[in-house]
Write a protein that binds this ligand. Structure first.
Ligand code: SAM
Length: 225
């Protein structure tokens, strides 16, 4: 477990909601719309079992509870989990590292696996391994995974955004503002991700929601839904 990242999210838990909702600019522009698109694309129905990876304060999970789903949420930050519990006491919460061992029965299957603004923590190979593990072990055969995150249509667009947001001139304040582009994070590019996932017998669809946020719908190629 990356203790530095855990500390960062523990510290952020108290102010997280107000810092992302309605945010303008990189990296959270369109945050509320991205969560809305995850819920729409997941098409939740009453009785479905849903796993939310990196549940945070529970903003995405709330939409699935409203639809009558049973929700499990996984996160490595105790403070984020406490916020999620406060908001959604009925969610089954699991403290674990997304990339580590999970205290979930090996063959437990979910109708939907969803995640909002988490997988950019992991490099492309780790994302592919994680998605493969989830689809093979924890997604029901007719299920789907829906991931919303900081993402661009192409690697070229991501490169252009990197230039734009790695320190920039703030017209209003008439001064340079610091870099919002975190070199330790791994923002998605849909063309690159689709190529990397192409060997896994999956159907992958992508929708750009804001200039820096998008949603992936990932299903086994044979899924009937
Ligand atoms: C930016 S927040 C997103 C929270 C929520 N999904 C949302 O959309 O508002 C990222 C969340 O993922 C969790 N997280 C990041 N890396 C993780 C990891 N390796 N294992 C478990 N949780 C992780 C953080 O603790 C945090 O709660």
């Amino acid at each position: 477990m990356n203790e530095k990242r855990v500390d960062l999210f523990d510290e952020w838990a108290e102010t997280y909601d107000e810092s992302v909702s309605g945010y303008e600019g990189f990296p959270f522009e369109g945050y509320d719309e991205v969560l809305g698109e995850i819920a729409r694309a997941a098409d939740p129905r009453a009785g479905m079992l849903v796993l939310d990876l990196g549940i945070g304060t529970g903003r995405l999970a709330a939409r699935f509870l409203e639809a009558g789903c049973s929700v499990w949420g996984l996160d490595f930050s105790v403070k984020m989990l406490a916020k999620a519990h406060e908001r959604l006491p009925q969610v089954e919460l699991i403290k674990a590292d997304v990339l580590g061992d999970w205290p979930i029965d090996r063959d437990k299957r979910f109708d939907r696996v969803v995640s909002g603004y988490v997988l950019h923590e992991f490099d492309l190979d780790s994302k592919v391994r994680l998605i493969s593990r989830l689809v093979n072990q924890h997604l029901s055969p007719s299920g789907r995974m829906v991931v919303g995150d900081i993402s661009f249509e192409t690697a070229a667009e991501r490169e252009a955004a990197k230039k734009r947001w790695s320190g920039s001139w703030d017209e209003a304040r008439q001064k340079w503002q610091g870099s919002l582009w975190d070199e330790d994070e791994h923002y998605w590019a849909a063309d690159e991700a689709k190529r990397a996932l192409s060997g896994l017998s999956l159907r992958v669809e992508y929708r750009q929601v804001s200039f820096c946020g998008g949603v992936y719908v990932i299903q086994p190629a044979i899924a009937s839904e």
